[in-house]
Design a protein around this ligand. Structure first.
Ligand code: 4LI
Ligand code: NI
Length: 187
C-alpha cells in the first residue's frame, strides 16, 4: 500500500527525468502499481484513512513521484456534488498523450499543489482549458477522451510529471498572478 514515505520530493532527480513508455500490454507488476496508485488517491481523500495513514489529499499521481520513471498516471477526481458518489474521472492511464487541445487556456483560481512539493508556491498555473488525451488501460486497450475544467488541469499536471515538468515551471516569475485575456479561471 502506498504511503507518503513512497512519494519522492523535489530535489530528487527522477522528478526531472523524461519517463519511459510502458510496453503494452502492461505486466502484472505494472497493473498492480496502477491499482495501488488509484487506491492511494482514494485513501488520501477519505478523512478517516487520510488521518490514520497521514496522507496528503491528492486527485492525481504519476509513477515518477514513486521514483518509478515510467509513463503511468492515476487520476481520481470526485464529483463536486456531495450527493453524487460517482467521480468525474477515476482511471489509470498508461502512456497518456495529449492529441489536441483548446485555444483557450485555464488555471485553478487557487493555484496548484503537488504531493512532491512540501511548500506553497503561489501563482496561476496556466494550462489548456480542454484537452483530448489518448491512453492505454490496464488491459492494453487504447482509449481517447475529451477532458475539460478541473479534470483537464489534473491530467495535464500529471502528464507534466512524465516529462520532468513541475507545476511551478509554468508560473510567471515577474507576476505570478498575471493572466492574459480569455484565460478561464476555475474555482
Ligand atoms: C496552492 N493552492 C492549492 O494547492 C489549492 C488551494 C485550494 C484549492 C485548490 C483546488 C488548490 N489547488 C489544488 N488542490 C488540489 N486538491 C485539493 C484538495 N483535495 C482533497 C483534499 C482532501 C480530501 C479530498 C480532496 Cl479531493 C485534493 C486535491 N489538488 C491540486 N492539484 C493540482 S493538479 C493535481 C492536483 C493534486 O492532486 N495535487 C496534490 N491543486
Ligand atoms: Ni504533482
Amino acid at each position: 500500500m502506498i504511503t507518503m514515505d513512497d512519494i519522492i520530493r523535489e530535489g530528487n532527480p527522477t522528478l526531472r527525468e523524461v519517463a519511459k513508455e510502458v510496453p503494452m500490454p502492461p505486466t502484472t507488476e505494472e497493473k498492480k502499481l496502477g491499482e495501488e496508485m488509484l487506491e492511494f488517491l482514494k485513501n488520501s481523500q477519505d478523512p478517516i484513512k487520510a488521518e490514520e495513514m497521514h496522507l496528503r489529499g491528492g486527485v492525481g499521481l504519476a509513477a515518477p513521484q514513486l521514483n518509478i520513471s515510467k509513463r503511468l498516471i492515476a487520476v481520481h477526481v470526485p464529483s463536486n456534488d456531495p450527493e453524487n458518489d460517482t467521480p468525474v474521472i477515476s482511471t489509470v492511464m498508461f502512456n497518456p498523450k495529449i492529441l489536441s487541445h483548446s485555444v483557450q487556456d485555464a488555471c485553478l483560481g487557487e493555484g496548484e499543489g503537488c504531493l512532491s512539493v512540501d511548500r506553497e508556491v503561489p501563482g496561476y498555473v496556466v494550462r489548456h482549458a480542454r484537452v483530448t488525451v489518448s491512453y492505454y488501460d490496464e488491459n492494453g486497450v487504447k482509449h481517447k477522451r475529451r477532458l475539460k475544467n478541473y479534470e483537464a488541469i489534473v491530467v495535464q499536471h500529471e502528464i507534466d510529471h512524465l516529462n520532468g515538468v513541475m507545476f511551478y515551471d509554468h508560473i510567471n516569475e515577474e507576476n505570478p498572478f498575471s493572466l492574459k485575456e480569455g484565460v478561464l479561471v476555475i474555482e
